[in-house]
Design a protein around this ligand. Structure first.
Ligand code: 5GP
Length: 173
């Protein structure tokens, strides 16, 4: 059985997500809808909590990306597995990602989103591992900076397991 070391407790996460929601409230003009686009699958829980933490009229969409293959090390390849269901031209968009690691995924997604001509485009990432960055990416809303350790829980998996843990944990062998 693997052991889990809690890195960020559910309480810490909820408190921080509330703060991010309040910041988003301040950043967007009242009344204008904002597309919260969750990057599948890891961001689903963060997206659900962030959507409830903000008062902006949110519209929820998902985009599917595959970058990690089946292990815990990056393949360096980014592939679109599910596109948006709606056009986002002229709309405010926040890309909602679980973790910013090398930056390759978000660089790819930002490029893709920009081609669709949104009115504005910002990035929310629950976690940021700055030590791992290969390409520079600016995230507008970051939950926590964490060290270079492989984490699971709160949406994040290891070969599809552990996504439903409430805390973000380091997976220890
Ligand atoms: P990037 O393209 O920035 O290297 O990677 C982003 C993606 O890699 C994340 O959306 C996530 O799916 C995966 N990833 C990066 N670090 C971790 C980690 O510590 N744990 C898990 N479960 N996935 C990670």
């Amino acid at each position: 059985m693997p052991t889990f070391r809690v890195l960020l407790s559910s309480e810490q996460i909820q408190k921080r997500v509330e703060e991010l929601g309040a910041t988003i409230d301040r950043d967007y003009p009242a009344g204008e809808p904002v597309y919260l686009i969750g990057v599948l699958k890891g961001a689903f829980m963060f997206l659900a909590d962030l959507a409830r933490a903000t008062k902006v009229p949110a519209r929820i969409e998902f985009i599917g990306i595959s970058s990690y293959g089946k292990g815990t090390t990056t393949s360096g390849q980014v592939r679109l597995t599910k596109d948006l269901d709606v056009p986002i031209e002229g709309c405010h968009v926040i890309l909602v990602e679980d973790i910013l690691d090398t930056g390759l995924t978000l660089t790819y997604l930002v490029q893709l989103m920009k081609q669709r001509r949104p009115k504005s485009l910002r990035i929310a990432a629950l976690l940021d591992k700055p030590d791992r960055r290969k390409v520079e990416v600016h995230a507008d809303y970051v939950g926590f900076q964490i060290p270079d350790e492989f984490v699971v829980g709160y949406g994040l998996d290891c070969v599809e397991d552990y996504r439903n843990l409430k805390d973000v944990c380091v997976l220890e062998a």
